[in-house]
Design a protein around this ligand. Structure first.
Ligand code: ARG
Length: 463
């Protein structure tokens, strides 16, 4: 298919073909063939516009349309032979089109360049990924809502510094992730709205003298409008960087949750049982059930951050407009997108299947003097002590319980009164974890009633 001595796309200017190493460093077809469908959609829109504007004949446009459909079916059917000599998906498609339909294929590239072509293909590809991420996030959020609803009143320890802090509810913890993934969802939607403009027709960099209609191609490809500056259109990659930043933040959320699942599923915590479907065994230790999916989510996330940094580095020194450096944008984004989608799906599966271990959660909730703040608050409310002093008294009571080797509710009233004479029987009302969480009724607090209200609100938002 390729002519080694003079490239069929620009052979006129060249006497010799490229060195093998040149071909290897130059070619992107090994990966940009993933944009074949987008490339063909872009070409179809362009050809239809050229005909509508009288730039090519209707019969040429029809031949191009049919030919492109044949190329697409060859690619989808796996019979298409990709050629490294033809560098990239754009030239592979055009060369094959020429083989199929002959001369009209040569008119397709009128008023267009690979620079606006690749920018268009890549935007369409990234847009599809944003749509896939939206679905993945929505599915994950729905599973978290189910978990939150089922365990709206299960008590568990809340941590700061990974030290027991105050009791919270399982539902509240699940809803914290709903908020995070909900913001990811809104970032995905913002990014999509901002990137949905068409570079097509910017041509190489300066626009074209042909009377093209960029609004027509933009509309055909589902873009909101054509990009307003042709230099910007071919050289902008901030849409890809925004995709990677949004992906990175969401990946960071996935990784934090994955880390919690690793900790929670350990024998020391036993907060959660992951399903067999999302665990693996050990080849040597028969008792083991490992949270591999969570660990791999935690690890894969680094590739997404890496892609973000790598593309920033590619772009930061480039003068306007197109530079070949920009060809290095795709592999990073492809890999990040694949791993983000996989991580979202794996997390959704794990959350759907996991079982919170209510008795273990409850037992852990009352250990570590988790109701100490409730005790201090009671002293403020019932005895009028300033909070700082109440904090001090409570500290003394915690130290006493520690010495006696018991929990706060197990201290005797006499012992407590020895520390502060104003303490009465009523204090025992706030020392249980159930009472503690039920009292946290401030908006956004951990009380089961608040959690249920937030589940309801999210269901309405998503409906
Ligand atoms: N394969 C190229 C890329 O991905 C397409 C654009 C080539 N443009 C050029 N002027 N050489 O960036």
């Amino acid at each position: 298919m390729s002519d080694k001595t003079s490239n069929q796309m620009w052979g006129g200017r060249f006497a010799a073909g490229p060195d093998a190493i040149m071909e290897a460093i130059n070619a992107s077809i090994g990966y940009d063939q993933r944009m074949a469908a987008q490339d063909i959609a872009g070409s179809r829109a362009h050809a239809a516009m050229l005909a509508a504007q009288g730039i090519i004949s209707d019969s040429d446009a029809e031949a191009i349309r049919k030919g492109l459909l044949t190329v697409l079916s060859e690619i989808e059917g796996g019979t298409f032979e990709f050629s490294t000599a033809l560098e990239d998906i754009h030239m592979n498609v055009e060369a094959r089109l020429k083989e199929i339909i002959g001369e009209p294929a040569g008119r397709l590239h009128t008023g267009r360049s690979r620079n606006d072509q690749v920018a268009t293909d890549f935007r369409l590809w990234v847009r599809d990924q944003l749509d896939a991420a939206e679905s993945g996030l929505l599915a994950l959020i729905k599973e978290l809502l189910s978990q939150a609803e089922a365990g709206a009143d299960w008590v568990m320890p809340g941590f700061t510094h990974l030290q027991t802090a105050q009791p919270v509810t399982w539902g509240h913890h699940m809803m914290a992730y709903v908020e995070m993934f909900g913001r990811d969802l809104s970032r995905v939607r913002d990014a999509r709205a901002r990137m949905n403009e068409s570079p097509l027709g910017a041509a190489a960099l300066a626009g074209t003298g042909f009377p093209i209609d960029r609004h027509m191609t933009a509309e055909a490809l589902g873009f909101d409008r054509p990009m307003a500056n042709s230099l910007d259109a071919v050289s902008a990659r901030d849409f890809a960087l925004e995709f990677l930043s949004v992906a990175s933040i969401s990946a960071m959320h996935l990784s934090r949750f994955a880390e919690e699942l690793v900790i929670w599923s350990s024998a020391q915590f036993r907060f959660v049982t992951l399903s067999d479907r999302f665990s693996t065994g050990s080849s040597i230790m028969p008792q083991k059930k490992n949270p591999d999916a969570a660990e791999l989510i935690r690890a894969k996330i680094g590739r997404i951050f890496g892609a973000n940094v790598a593309l920033m580095m590619v772009m930061k020194g480039l003068p306007l407009a197109y530079s070949k450096d920009m060809q290095e944008d795709k592999e990073q984004v492809f890999d990040a997108a694949d791993n983000w989608m996989l991580a979202l799906a794996a997390m959704e599966g794990m959350v759907k299947d996991m079982t919170g271990n209510k008795p273990s959660l409850e037992a852990a909730a009352s250990s570590g003097f988790s109701t100490a703040t409730d005790l201090a608050d009671w002293l403020v409310r019932e005895t009028g002590l300033p909070f700082r002093d109440a904090h001090h008294v409570t500290g003394a009571l915690v130290a006493m319980a520690e010495r006696q080797g018991c929990d706060l509710p197990d201290l005797s009233l006499e012992d407590m009164q020895g520390v502060n004479g104003a303490i009465t029987e009523g204090i025992f009302d706030v020392l249980t974890v159930q009472k503690s969480v039920a009292s946290r009724m401030s908006y956004g607090g951990t009380a089961p009633e608040q959690v249920r209200a937030q589940v309801k609100r999210w269901r309405e938002v998503l409906a």
